[in-house]
Design a protein around this ligand. Structure first.
Ligand SMILES: Cc1cc2nc3c(=O)[nH]c(=O)nc-3n(C[C@H](O)[C@H](O)[C@H](O)COP(=O)(O)OP(=O)(O)OC[C@H]3O[C@@H](n4cnc5c(N)ncnc54)[C@H](O)[C@@H]3O)c2cc1C
Length: 406
């Protein structure tokens, strides 16, 4: 049997290795000069390869439960056994995130590449697939160099996220040309652009905050973690974690805002009491000087400006109304979100090939026999924490098994 795999990322490599056990001819087409560029870049070069706690609730898409079978069939234990079998040892962090023991994404990249090569997978590097045609007896895969015939084709060409690493829409275009419905893609795990210029005044400040997402004025969730102010808006782990829902809402034309709570250890009343106590004890300080004791300096200055409060007022002279106004701003500072920071800065993309048209147990197309999908090309995107790579491994594994059986 001849199999073509389009895309040499995590999903394509895993599928190739799984199939290659059965001694079939496999051509793995990769448009880049090498496979696995995103693996190398992942986790800031450390590769958060998986997570010990995996559930469909960690994923977004029109039908997140699509991932359940893959997560069950290729759970963390199965993945760990696989890694060991290719000489890759893993380390589980206290929060369940999993990294290679070497702490280097390069180990993952090398182990996968080596194993695929050892099993006879033929790498067609620098070969971008332009077209996949269905014919009565199978498929024709076309690149600039020519066309070849295969009985099975796996599209594992990823998403438009991070075009500098090979991200693009070609996998979606190939799927569409073969009759599949595409859920419009949108960048995820990405910074957010804010209206106005207050964020730019705080550029470079990183602080712990609770970030609440509002979609058309309704609270849609909140995350506590790092918040980084930038020239364009905000980033940091708290923002990345909320960005998938924010991006999806923006793409649907909803009004999106963030509420920032700068002292998440306190509730609003607690902040009023804290400020009141401080104002009583250190009445000789200016408002700005008092806030410098609680918040990063640039944040304190900008917050007073946004609240329309005079920075040089002595805090001993603050009345209860002024304290409540300040506390309201500290605990719920609203910013309008105008856009995401775009695919170039996104780790992943939502949207993709509609999972309604793909069989979750085998990853085979419900429209075209012999055609398979795996990884981020599908309308599935995970939370931060190793979920995206795990889905790529698990769906790649299922697709590999499916192609042998199917
Ligand atoms: C900077 C960054 C950091 C990340 N960190 C993490 C992390 O720590 N943990 C985690 O779980 N996830 C992380 N992710 C997400 C994760 O890397 C992806 O979800 C995962 O790699 C998707 O795997 P894939 O095989 O589906 O797609 P990809 O890895 O994108 O692979 C698709 C491949 O197909 C190739 N291709 C595309 N079109 C064609 C074509 N027409 N012909 C031939 N080849 C083609 C591309 O060049 C690419 O190599 C990160 C992503 C980025 C960008």
């Amino acid at each position: 049997m001849r199999i073509a795999i389009v895309g040499g990322g995590a999903a394509g490599l895993m599928a190739a290795i799984t199939v290659a056990e059965k001694k079939v001819h496999i051509d793995l087409y990769e448009q880049n000069a090498d496979v696995g560029k995103k693996i190398l870049a992942s986790g800031n070069g450390r590769c958060n390869i998986s997570n010990t706690s995996l559930s469909f609730e960690d994923y977004y898409g029109r039908h997140p439960s699509f991932v359940s079978h893959a997560l069950k069939r290729f759970d963390y234990k199965a993945f760990e056994r696989f890694c060991r079998s290719i000489g890759l040892l893993l380390e589980v962090k206290a929060d369940g995130r999993v990294y290679p023991l070497s702490n280097e994404a390069r180990s993952v990249h090398e182990a996968m590449r080596r194993e695929a090569g050892r099993r006879g997978v033929k790498f067609r590097l620098g070969h971008g697939v332009r077209c996949v045609r269905k014919e009565p007896s199978g498929f024709v895969v076309e690149t600039e160099e020519g066309a070849e015939r295969y009985e099975r084709v796996l599209i594992a060409a990823g998403s438009p996220a991070a075009p500098q690493l090979g991200g693009g829409e070609s996998g979606l275009a190939l799927a569409r040309s073969l009759g599949h419905t595409i859920v419009d893609p949108y960048p995820t795990l990405v910074g957010l652009h804010l209206d106005g210029d207050l964020h730019a005044r705080m550029n470079g400040v990183k602080t712990e905050a609770e970030v609440t997402l509002y979609i058309d004025g309704r609270r849609a969730g909140s995350v506590t973690g790092d918040l980084l102010f930038t020239r364009y808006g905000v980033s940091g782990f708290a923002v990345l974690d909320i960005s998938t829902e924010a991006s999806r809402a923006l793409a649907s034309g909803w009004r999106v805002a963030l509420g920032v709570h700068l002292l998440p250890a306190f509730d609003r009343q607690g902040v009023v009491r804290l400020l009141g106590g401080l104002a009583g004890e250190t009445g000789h300080l200016t408002l700005e000087e008092m806030l410098h004791g609680l918040l990063p300096a640039k944040v304190a200055q900008t917050l007073l400006r946004a609240a329309g409060m005079e920075a040089r007022t002595l805090c001993g002279g603050l009345d209860a109304k002024a304290l409540r106004k300040l506390a309201a701003r500290i605990t719920d500072w609203r910013f309008e979100v105008t856009d995401t920071h775009g695919y170039r800065h996104a780790e992943t993309a939502g949207g993709g090939v509609s999972t309604e048209e793909v069989e979750p147990k085998t990853m085979m197309s419900r429209k075209t026999e012999g055609l398979f999908f795996a990884g981020e090309v599908l309308d599935i995107v995970g939370r931060r924490g190793g979920y995206n790579l795990h889905f790529a491994w698990a769906s790649g594994h299922l697709a590999g098994l499916g192609m042998i059986k199917g």
